[in-house]
Unconditional design. Sequence first.
Length: 268
Amino acid sequence: MRLLALVVAFLRRDWINETSYRAMLLIETLGVGSSLILFYSIGRLVGGQPEPLREYGGEYFPFALVGLAVSGYFSISLISASNRLRQAQTTGTLEAMFVTATPPGWLLALSTAWDYLLATIRLAIFVGVGVLAMGVDFDFNVWAALPVIVLSLVSFVALGLIAASCILVVKRGDSIAILGNIITTVFGGVLFPITLLPEWARPISYLIPLSWALDGLRRATLVGAGPRDISGSLLALAISALVLAPLAWLSIRWATERVRRDGSLGHY
């Protein structure tokens, strides 16, 4: 119940803040609509069933649609916690938050609840418009997709907390998180299969959880692949979650102890 109350409190805070900007809804709508039209048009331009896409159903637009939806969650995980932390630092609310009984890790993770809610709404719009207006035909295997989603979110949130812990100590560095997001978008296979990358660059993709999340979800939602068919992606994501989750906890603990010892929690 306490966790639910915290989630509601953060959502209420961000709802009040976001709805004070009347143009935000229009901007979000235009952004989603423009993305769908852009990649639908690219899909028509590509045409046919290119060889690199055949294992994902052969069509480009559904491939890109899943990539856009999943990368939205990854971008939020990597950037949102850092942005919320910087916002709390500059507005002077960070110290007040950190003296509460709620662990710092929970505070940073739950501060992104609004952004995850928006990402989920975007996902619903992507899927709804894709199916109803653009003829996307999903072949959804829930037993394969569900563990991929859970393991991916654990890995993504852990990466975001690690980035936020660095910013908590060095005060600056949000640009590094943005750069990391750009790099993972390229090497993670968001808009094209990683098999199209130069051979020397492909090992980089295998180190990024996003690439395994996209591979598993595309197979599970576009061609109906089962858990055994995507066992490689599931194993990679499980290893990623087991490594990154404890590392995130240690990073947040180290960062908060250091800034409290130095008395620099409110500095920015």
